[in-house]
Design a protein around this ligand. Sequence first.
Ligand code: HEC
Length: 122
Amino acid sequence: MLAAEADQSAEKPYTVTDGKVDKKTFNGWRRYTESCMRCHGPDGAGSSYAPSLVDSVKHMTQDEFNEIVVNGRTNVNAASENVMPPFGEVEDVVAYLDDIWAYLKARADGALGRGRPPRIGD
Ligand code: HEC
């Protein structure tokens, strides 16, 4: 497990070929759209309520990302109290944290544009 994580940080967690994505990255888009988009906006771009996750993943490790998604976070310093709900009990999210991370990294690296990504082999 630890060795696999170390490997992953050395290489990209996603595959994008000719603008098409692998299964994992596509699933990340799907899970993001189902569970995160209503607050974080379409394609990870952010909203008036929650930050752009495309920006967030540029300056956080996957461990930090996972921690926030599993446990949630409340920003008590903000003028209005914005709450990131904990997803630790949501199987459709916890089981696919790697996929959601892969999708957001592909967006952050500029490897993938907005919208529903086409799949390799489609
Ligand atoms: C109910 C609205 C809501 C949903 C749904 C939601 N979030 Fe959040 N999220 C927030 C808010 C608001 C913040 C900012 C909280 C803060 O500033 O402490 C946040 C913060 C975060 C952060 C930290 C960003 C940073 O730059 O520090 C991550 C990572 C994150 N969310 C990931 C996710 C993922 C992945 C999903 C889907 C599985 C998700 N969120 C779903 C509202 C939401």
